[in-house]
Design a protein around this ligand. Structure first.
Ligand code: MGD
Ligand code: MGD
Ligand code: SF4
Ligand code: MO
Length: 714
């Protein structure tokens, strides 16, 4: 724990922080799904000056902790990296000129190619209000089916598996503080010590009580170092590993028979299917020794309260849905989900990764986590939107399929992008960049000139976290309030204002109210009131949540169907969200990765994150204090492999896959498997290499494993 404290406790700031002149405002960090509570105080010259950030004590997820990214988040509010004027083909223009241009082009392209000629791509960092209005804008103002978002790249496999098993997908179906009371936690493919440092306190609190932590990761990460047991499989083999663990649970008579009988369906078929996954076979596939598997099962089965968690390491695969299903099957056999202090959970990633998937920016969804092809859902939402149900388009393409179709025959000719930077973060990014360049119109709304914004015909400068109000739903399903702490710089507008500006122009002067100004409010509270009605009766029911309640109760857990309803911290205690209230076991089989190693590409590449940078790096690469920690990409490589390739630390390496090649400095590190190299994806590079093969259920790309060759440069 010690080395981590420096990142969790008070970080000495090198930023100039003036004495605050305004009372601090209680809000949340702009970055990840932990949504750490923080107080933000504006300095003397709000809008261009400085802010002071301190952690809040009252938000249980971080209770006084922040990571480096949180401590330094103020720098982008005040620094020179900010976009402050709309750009048309690179030239500064006024807002009317920019929005008129976009609306005219949309009208012309839709006249020629139909409504689906224009696409929308959103993000899991957008507030619930923005995500909701973006989904409505696509369906009501553009009448396009072509909308999806970067959450498809994030937790979509876990979401699909949870829906399949529990009838509902809420990342953690219990408060994060429950983890401290567990006797065992198994974390498959998550590196919280780097991706959510204050999360670690819940795991260490568990260990301080005598609970035990098991981590599954091909690398001995900072998180794996905290574990009592680290299983180090070959990337892409978690499914076999989970089947092997369940095999042992069954073989050793550790199934919770009473729970299985009372609360689940379908166990017999799963028990039969894991019979063939005896531990020696699993060891051959995963590289995890049988003794370690036995120990893992013993720890989990002995625990009276235990949690199984998955992160992107287990999920971002072309078999991610089945992999998570296999871990859920294991959790069900052990009798964990829906028991106090126990369960299965997905550690969701982006700031509003949970809420972003609930209110309609997903290709197949309507607000309230409703299905777009469900006639009752369409009727309900159409009523709220004031349109005919038949006017709501059907499901569109998933994120990668959408990006891949841009500018092609039959694909969208225009893209409006809010809150993502796919030039860096999409799989097979070189190809995606070509597709973006082939568009007739690319419009990007962003705070900074991201790599994707740099390709855009029109760039729209937007307000960001501390300059606006809205709600964010954290990894626990707790709806939180983002508050305005500082004035936005002159010239920027909120995404809500952008959507209304375009909707009004597209609707024309004689449009009825719902398609024009009245249908697109710019006050987040007004949007939230509509979201409450649109979500009412849906799976993710926000009908009883108000800004006032969130403030008074430090967040409200959905589902919350009425203002006098307390919210639902643990939705599965009395039953699952399936028609009969029972969880479903689903039989799944292991299969190799989309692309296995061979003579030409003999190594596995896996990708992920480092503490100091966030996602595509568009924000954090512009923060000096974070660049001082890591300023460029690297290739993590085992000493044995380094010796074989005659590579010394720091040497420039070329990494080549079937999609392309990139370079990075060697970081020789015994913490990684010798058959695998690791690259962070915060810089252009890692995704030039990745394989866009998709999971058949979730449409998640295979970010976490592909075959590469590594060469010395020069
Ligand atoms: N610093 C930082 N924090 C972040 C973010 C960020 O960009 N930077 N992003 C946020 C977001 S959106 C997300 S989704 C979360 C992600 O949070 P995590 O899931 O913790 O992040 P990753 O680093 O992508 O992957 C976790 C681990 O999976 C391991 N892994 C790779 N391949 C495999 C495999 O086949 N099996 C297993 N079991 N493990 C494997 C990697 O070695 C890595 O240590 O982080 C959030 N927090
Ligand atoms: N190889 C590899 N690739 C990956 C992953 C991996 O593990 N490996 N992880 C995937 C995952 S889990 C994720 S979540 C994606 C994330 O990758 P991206 O979708 O690229 O996410 P960000 O970098 O957060 O991009 C957000 C952009 O929106 C801007 N922005 C922030 N807030 C707002 C706002 O309120 N409004 C508007 N209009 N713009 C805003 C930011 O400045 C930034 O440019 O990457 C995926 N790609
Ligand atoms: S990036 Fe995540 S862990 Fe770090 S301070 Fe922000 S919310 Fe907390
Ligand atoms: Mo993510």
């Amino acid at each position: 724990m010690k080395p981590l404290e420096s990142t969790i406790g008070r970080m000495p700031l090198s930023l100039p922080v003036a004495a605050p002149v305004k009372a601090p405002v209680a809000t949340h960090c702009p970055y990840c799904a932990l949504q750490c509570g923080m107080n933000v105080a504006a300095g003397a010259d709000a809008g261009t000056g400085t802010v002071a950030i301190t952690p809040r004590q009252d938000i249980p997820a971080n209770a006084g902790g922040l990571c480096q990214k949180g401590w330094t988040a103020g720098e982008l509010l005040t620094g020179g990296a900010r976009l402050t004027t709309p750009l048309l083909h690179g030239e500064p223009v006024g807002w009317d000129e920019a929005l008129d241009f976009v609306a005219d082009r949309i009208r012309a392209l839709q006249a020629e190619h139909g409504p689906d000629g224009v696409a929308v791509f959103g993000g899991g960092g957008l507030t619930n209000e923005k995500a909701y209005l973006l989904g409505k804008f696509a369906r009501v103002a553009l009448r396009t089916s072509q909308i999806d978002y970067n959450g498809r790249f994030c937790m979509s496999s876990a979401a699909a598996a949870s829906n399949r098993a529990f009838g509902m997908d809420r990342g953690l179906p219990f408060p994060i503080t429950d983890l401290a009371a567990a006797d065992a936690v198994l974390l498959a493919g998550g590196n919280m010590a780097e991706t959510m440092p204050p999360f670690v306190r819940h795991l260490t609190a568990m260990r301080d009580r005598g609970g035990r932590l098991i981590v599954i990761d091909p690398r001995l990460t900072a998180t794996a170092r905290l574990a009592d047991l680290h299983l180090q499989p070959t990337p892409g083999t978690d499914l076999a590993l989970a089947l092997g663990l369940l095999h042992l649970v069954v073989a050793e008579g550790r199934v919770d028979e009473d729970y299985v009988a009372a609360r689940t369906n379908g166990f017999a078929a799963v028990a039969t299917s894991v019979a063939a996954w005896w531990p020696e076979r699993v060891e051959r596939i995963t590289g995890v020794p049988v003794a370690q598997m036995r120990l893992a099962v013993e720890i989990l089965a002995d625990a009276s309260r235990a949690a199984i968690l998955t992160g992107r390491g287990a999920e971002q695969h072309a078999k991610g849905t089945d992999t998570v299903t296999a871990f859920i099957n294991l959790a069900l056999a052990l009798g964990l989900p829906g028991r106090p202090g126990s369960g299965y959970g997905c550690v969701t990633g982006q700031g509003n990764g949970q809420g972003g998937r609930e209110h309609g920016q997903k290709a197949d969804q309507l607000p309230g986590y409703r299905k777009i092809d469900d006639p009752a859902a369409r009727a309900h939402v159409a009523r709220v939107w004031g349109i005919d149900p038949d006017e709501i388009p059907g499901p569109g393409r998933s994120a990668y399929e959408l990006l891949d179709a841009l500018g092609t025959a039959g694909g969208p000719r225009a893209l409006l992008l809010f809150g993502s930077n796919p030039v860096v973060s999409a799989p097979r990014s070189g190809h995606v960049t070509e597709r973006l360049k082939g568009l007739d119109l690319l419009v990007v709304s962003d705070l900074v000139m991201s790599e994707t914004a740099a390709l855009a015909d029109v760039v729209l400068p937007t307000t960001q976290w501390a300059e606006e109000e809205g709600t964010m739903t954290n990894l626990e399903g707790r709806v939180l309030l983002r508050r305005r702490a500082v004035a936005a710089p002159e010239g920027v507008r909120s995404d809500l204002e952008v959507l209304r500006g375009l909707a009004v122009r597209l609707a024309g002067p004689d449009a009825d109210g719902s398609r024009g100004a009245a249908g697109f409010p710019t006050d987040p509270r007004e949007v939230f009131e509509e979201l409450r009605r649109a979500s009412a009766g849906g799976t993710a029911d926000y009908a009883g949540i108000t800004y006032e309640r969130i403030a008074a109760e430090t967040g409200v857990f959905w589902p919350c169907p009425a203002e006098d309803h307390p919210g639902t911290p643990r939705p599965f205690l009395d039953g699952f969200a399936t028609p009969d209230g029972r969880a479903r076991f689903v039989p799944v089989e292991h299969r190799p990765p989309g692309e296995d190693v061979d003579a030409d590409y003999p190594l596995y590449l896996t990708t992920g994150r480092v503490l100091a940078h966030y996602q595509s790096g568009a924000q954090t690469r512009r923060i000096a204090a974070l660049n001082a920690v890591v300023s460029e990409t690297f290739v993590e490589i085992h000493p044995d492999l380094a010796e074989r390739l005659e590579v010394s630390p720091g040497q420039r390496l070329r990494v080549v896959s079937r999609r392309g090649e990139t370079e990075g400095a060697a970081r020789v590190n015994p913490a990684i498997r010798a058959d695998t190299v690791f690259m962070p994806f915060h810089w252009i590079g890692a995704n030039v290499l990745t394989n866009p093969e998709l999971d058949p259920v979730s449409r998640m790309p295979e970010f976490k494993v592909c075959a590469v060759r590594v060469e010395r440069v020069g």
